[in-house]
Design a binder for this molecule. Sequence first.
Ligand code: URA
Length: 268
Amino acid sequence: MDDPPSPTFYHKKKQTSILFFKKKVINSEGMRVDALLARYGYCTRRGAPALLRDGRVRKRDGTSVTVPGQQVNVAEVLIDGVEVPFPQGICVALHKPLGYVCSHAEEEGGKPVFKLLPAEWARRNPCVQCVGRLDKNTTGLLLLSDDGNFVHGLTSPRRHVKKVYSFETSEPISEDAVALFASGKFMLKGEKTPCLPAKLERTDSTHGKITLEEGRYHQVRRMLAAVGAPVTKLHRESFGPLRLSALKLAPGKWCSIDPSAFCHHEEK
Ligand code: URA
């Protein structure tokens, strides 16, 4: 299986994202099989002896692995006959459907988005997390990864990674909102710093797109509500260079993505 690089982010002046890679090599020298099973979410370390006793772990050469302390390499083991997926880390794009929440627990009556991914991924250590959040009633492109640097690098407002949302509102949006949101002076209620400049494009009086470079709590809904246009539909079309339409994912479906798509990506 390919060995995807882990991007390391650093901030080089304003508007520049992610620039170089540090190759992450996991488990190339082998590790205890009980630790490996726990790391990849197949069981807890305590639960490993039972799984091994049941003969569920083998090497590619056909020999079975039964001793919890046995040293193995992730590339050589098969669990229930299947290799460990994404041994070097997970980075996926999901088309988040309506009604799902970006949390490991059920919240506000919504199902966790993690239920749309293989069950053992949520038990990996480090675990898979959302790159920023979409609310329960927002659909669209959601990234998930188990690489903390990747998640942090894409969510920091200092990176200026652009996210484009399309929306519908129940009331007309005034022309003035365009300049107000672009000004860099627009304050959300209860916040201490103004929002970064945001690009609002109206397609008609109640529809349009908005491009944000940060991700505050319910930001699009709060911004539009503040100008008298409550949001009735919200959908994230793109995240940095990734466009959901290009990925061709139906709601609820995911695909793995190459994190290097975010490297050398200059935000315009
Ligand atoms: N802004 C919102 O209000 N909700 C989202 O889910 C994302 C951005």
